[in-house]
Design a protein around this ligand. Sequence first.
Ligand code: HEM
Length: 452
Amino acid sequence: MIPPKPEAAEGRGTVLRYARRFRRDLLSALPARLYRAWMADFRSPLLRSVLCNDPALVRLVLQDRPADFPKSDRLREGLAPLLGQSVFVTNGALWERQRRIIDPAFEGGRLRETFPAIRAAALAAARRMAAQAGAEIDVEPETSHAAADAIFRTLFSIPIEHDTAARVFAAFRAHQDAQPIVNLAALVPLPRWLPRFHGRRTRRTAAEIRGLIAGLVRDRAAEIAAGTAPDDLATKIMTTRDPVTGQRFSPAEMVDQVAIFFLAGHETSASALAWALWLLAAAPDWQDRVAAEARAVLTDDQPDFAAVSRLRTARAVFREAMRLYPPVPMMVRETTRPEHFRDRDLPRGTQVVLSPWHLHRHERLWDDPDGFDPGRWDTDNGRACARSAYIPFSAGQRVCPGAGFAMVEGPLMLALICRDLRLAPGATVPVPVARLTVRGQDGIMLRLDRRS
Ligand code: HEM
């Protein structure tokens, strides 16, 4: 089965033409040759950027010498109204300190303790979808709701129905409507002189979100002081001292981190889950296998953490969905000194674009690169590519701290939904576009029916 892939742009264009196309949709703006090239150069009088598909270069930038390729200031500027100095945009000593405090909250042992909250969100999501059996729905709002619920339950021990959680979720929607692509525009190598579009509405929605989160953080600080705080991720992060300096996050720093946990943790998982569900709808044989596995493993609604490791088919499907539709389609870094990449000299300040979107579909690396085949992970080619050409969570020291969390949440939600429902593609085929994450241009339509 060959699932939808956006049509790539033909020929070469001026920087301005690229910029215009980028603003419409990043995926279709880029030329088809990037699915075959090891490296591509985009030059303009103002900006030099290279897209690297060569696994050795990807490794160099992300794993071997990450300190030499930090995130750029333009990324921080683009995301500043919402994310302030969050771990997603900082570099150097500040970033290192933030990760020292955050990482323990996401370690394996903690994930096991967090599991009941993830399970509760997954069960609630499956129930909400089962209630719509017999209808055709856009599944994206469902998966966003589910992923946001999982984040709130694990971070603050509150479901998405909680008043503040619901208001944060609604404000995020409004924020993205206010600036649907500016965040992404900050990720791609647009010249600095292009407007950043921090309109009044953008600043207002960002301030509203941060105000709500500040309230949650304030309340939690009081509960910690009183010894009545629940043992969740927020408490863990707010009470962890940096082993080097002994300091904890100040309330203001915690607001920045919660904003990125919410944004990075719910948009990405929602995108991956929505595509995975559509892929299963379009591949009924794989769907039946996921359903059979789910019925064997998830015999009641109280599966334990170990049960998730037995959802092998659901996990393979989720991984394959993130190969074809990596929620974070591109990442950008900047050179801090002259570099020599594949016979090309790159000056300091060159934007280095790493593109999971292209790397995951690279024609010289993957067998059947555009095909949906969760069985590939058991082949030699699939195993080799998984090591060198598969980076849905990035890699190296800046790897996504939520990767383990997402690999529990995604397969569990897939399995629970397919256990009870039969999915079929809706009347329209989704068109992938890069918004903040990879989404369907007009949603992702699915028909839901009860499995007998
Ligand atoms: C399917 C789900 C997810 C995917 C595909 C994903 C992907 C990614 C990627 C590719 C990055 C690196 C971005 C870059 O370097 O430019 C990243 C970073 C990050 N992710 Fe995730 N993520 C997911 C879920 C989560 C969850 C559930 C959380 C938290 C609860 C989370 C928190 C973060 C944070 C804090 C960073 C910044 C790390 C740093 O720069 O040091 N993510 N994620």
